[in-house]
Design a protein around this ligand. Structure first.
Ligand SMILES: Cc1ncc(COP(=O)(O)O)c(C=O)c1O
Length: 458
């Protein structure tokens, strides 16, 4: 029997309509050519819109940014008439920039499903395909076997924590890194090492810390390992998991070599401590799907959490950590459009030459870092230090590395047409979540804006 659902999915008439719709939007977006200044005649209207958003949500916006819904590649149009070069991409959501045609078509196709949001009791094809694909890519270079969908990175992390606690019950505590960021739920705020993100919240005394790798300290590995051992000794059978970001995000875009992680993992294995890679930010960005692949540490991973680029969240886990019925559930597992778009993101990355040491991501990384270093050695001498990171995650320490100067520079860059964000806790760094579709020409445009902005402040 031929199913009616297959007729919808395979109808050439529907496919043509979806393509026509996408093409009509692309044709209009072609008019976005590159950065554009604010139009003075739109400033008042934009200010009203921004005030409206701030009033409704009760909190100011960091930038006076309201998008019009139009964008092309790394460029996005705002209601003040300006077009920005967007190098932050919703803090990592839009890996292919704005209005990517294949993603737009996948999103529209997803929206033709009979339901808008899918749940765990009644999954549709998109849920099936995305979980299957995640389990498949995760299992290539690790023991991870299953994928459980959520709608945020924080919730993916909460589920990972519950799996670790249940399997290693009654162990309660987790070991996390200094300067870690894990999300915004109560427990993820506890794991996050930033007092500004938890003012007024109680301390639950469930998190122990070790320092992340410090490339300026030759004893860095020994120090972290010694402290880790001390925590394990002092909290016998009360540590359920070790959570780490393979490359630290909010904490300053700090990178560590494989040798830093291995001795920590060995202690975990000896003591029944789950090894949990928080890849919410690194997923799809480091030149492989997972940073644990880029670092060659996959065999150790018990739990891995992803979100952002996936357009959904997910907890990946080994058979051993598969929880008992009842532990994880939740009404929402993702909208039909975002589930279909997440699947498309993975397909494009794998099939269109983005991954691997010679892939497009590696090329963008090298060109962007070279550009920052060139500026630091020439016109912006010493004002853009320590450019580094992995893949599409790049940071640099601007000016004197203080919070004030970094924040001011962000505003100057924004005025000059480039939007990005900060990270780190001292030095305070300029952070870029580069779109994977960035061309050499776009990097030249970024170079000009960064140079102009740094010199304006120097
Ligand atoms: C490493 C890491 N973990 C967890 C989260 C939380 O994800 P979400 O904001 O989707 O809840 C983030 C978000 O920035 C993150 O960078």
């Amino acid at each position: 029997m031929s199913l009616i659902g297959s007729k919808i999915a395979e109808s050439s008439e529907i496919k043509n309509l979806v393509n026509q719709l996408t093409k009509a939007v692309q044709d209009i977006n072609q008019n976005i050519e590159g950065p554009r200044d604010v139009d003075p005649s739109l400033e008042k209207n934009n200010k009203d819109l921004v005030d409206d958003v701030c009033n409704s949500r009760g909190r100011p916006l960091f930038y006076p940014y309201i998008g019009t819904g139009a964008g092309r590649g790394p460029y996005v149009e705002l209601h003040d008439g300006s077009v920005k070069l967007d190098l932050i991409n919703g803090i990592g959501i839009h890996i292919f920039g704005h209005s990517h045609p294949e993603l737009m078509a996948a999103t529209i196709q997803g929206a033709l499903s009979d339901i808008i949001v899918q749940g765990n009791l009644q999954p549709n094809d998109e849920y099936l395909k995305l979980t299957r694909r995640l389990a498949e890519i995760a299992s290539r270079n690790s023991r991870l076997k299953h994928a459980w969908l959520t709608t945020s990175g924080s919730m993916a992390n909460e589920n990972a924590l519950k799996m670790a606690r249940q399997k290693n019950s009654p162990a309660r505590k987790v070991i996390a890194m200094k300067a870690a960021f894990a999300g915004r739920t109560t427990m993820m705020a506890e794991i996050t090492d930033n007092p500004a993100f938890k003012q007024g919240l109680p301390d639950y005394d469930e998190v122990l810390r070790i320092p992340f790798y410090d490339r300026n300290d030759p004893q860095s590995i020994e120090k972290s390992v010694a402290l880790f051992k001390e925590h394990v000794e002092k909290n016998k059978n009360d540590i359920c998991a070790f959570i780490f970001e393979p490359m630290q995000g909010e904490g300053g875009y700090n990178v560590a070599p494989r040798e830093f992680f291995i001795p920590l993992f060995e202690i975990c294995r000896e003591n029944n401590i789950a090894i949990w890679a928080d890849e919410v930010q690194t997923f799809c960005r480091t030149g492989e799907f997972f940073a644990f692949e880029t670092l060659g540490i996959g065999e150790y991973i018990d739990l891995c959490t992803v979100a952002k680029t996936l357009q959904n969240g997910a907890t990946l886990f080994t058979e051993e950590y598969n929880p008992q019925p009842g532990l994880i559930a939740g009404t929402f597992s993702g909208s039909s459009p975002t589930l279909n778009a997440g699947l498309k993101v993975l397909d494009i990355l794998e099939n269109e030459g983005y991954l691997g040491p010679e892939g497009k991501i590696a090329k963008i990384h090298n060109e962007f870092i070279a550009m920052l270093n060139r500026l630091n050695e020439t016109s912006c001498k010493g004002l853009l230090q320590d450019a580094g990171g992995m893949g599409l995650m790049v940071a640099v320490t601007p000016l004197d590395g203080t919070k004030e100067k970094m924040l001011e520079l962000l505003k100057v860059l924004y005025k000059n047409g480039l939007m990005t964000f900060g990270c780190g806790r001292g030095p305070f760094r300029l952070r870029f979540l580069l779109p994977a579709i960035m061309s050499t020409e776009d990097i030249k445009i970024a170079e000009k804006i960064i140079e102009k902005s740094v010199l304006e402040m120097a």
